[in-house]
Design a protein around this ligand. Sequence first.
Ligand code: KG4
Ligand code: ZN
Length: 349
Amino acid sequence: MSDVPLVLGIETSCDETGVGIVAGTALLANEIASSVEEHARFGGVVPEVASRAHLEALVPTVERACATAGVGLADVDAIAVTAGPGLVGALLVGDAGAKALAVALGKPLYGVNHLAAHVAVDVLEHGPLPEPTLALLVSGGHSSLLLVRDVTGDVEPLGRTIDDAAGEAFDKVARLLGLGFPGGPYVDRAARDGDPDSIAFPRGLTGPVDLREHRYDFSFSGLKTAVARWVEQRERDGEAVPVADVAAAFQEAVVDVLVRKALLACAEHGVDSLLIGGGVAANSRLRVVAEQRCAGAGVRLRVPRPGLCTDNGAMVAALGSEMVRRGRTPSALDHPTDSALPVTEVLLP
Ligand code: KG4
Ligand code: ZN
């Protein structure tokens, strides 16, 4: 293996077929084929549709990534693949493809955790991760606060959502406002013309009792219901729904709680580095509020650029590259996939 390992990463846990290639921490290719349009009319990802789309897209996406990076498959030093969590059928397609490549090329294979990959991706943009780092991971399937002492093997979950994920809340609110799918980017855009203080929506799990029992946990289902009730009332009164104001006020409630709890965890664990990852980290308001409050709290903030926040193959390659750098033992060729893989299991044996 060369000094700087060339790692190919495959991501198929949801609806994006992602293939990334990195050399050490340098990003060479990040190709994505998305089946999002096939799911849009259902208002959510249809697992079987996603699996079939991965099957069709995987080989062409690998080929595109190699062409973009200007490398041949024979040049690759290691393969990394998302082994979980995610949709079981979707995971199986990428994992089987990665195993086939590893066997055919005679190269080590790393079956890794999708959530840790959302954290590791930032090394491609901002260099080595400070240790420890507090990671706020917010996507369509997950909302967690993680204490990351070593992204290749020591990740401690501090809190998580007890109902909807943050991205899921964005998607559901977008739907009830008649916006598109996935909802996050639509709400983000609509909110730009709205007043975040126009409606006081609830901040879940921030009262004194909740802070005792669910200090670092999140809840967005009450907020979603509050938005639905508010909109229904307007409609019953025969008044137009101010979409921009509702979007802005809803977004403000989500962002406020996310940043508040992340900074609380930083303060209480003596951590001065916060990383935000996952699809919702692409949210423009979250980025602004996090920047302002981190500056006020003396916490360094790292957020990957939006294209690296949503699901992609580069994040898996980045985590694979860290595995190689730290000399971690590769996964067995018959390692399983796990749709509910806990974040504490960063690398499958
Ligand atoms: O990380 P990701 O691509 O896939 C999962 O692992 O779930 O996250 C997708 C989620 C969706 O719920 C989408 O609505 C949300 O990220 N999202 C956003 C934005 N862009 C994507 N949410 C808020 N604001 C955005 N700009
Ligand atoms: Zn994700």
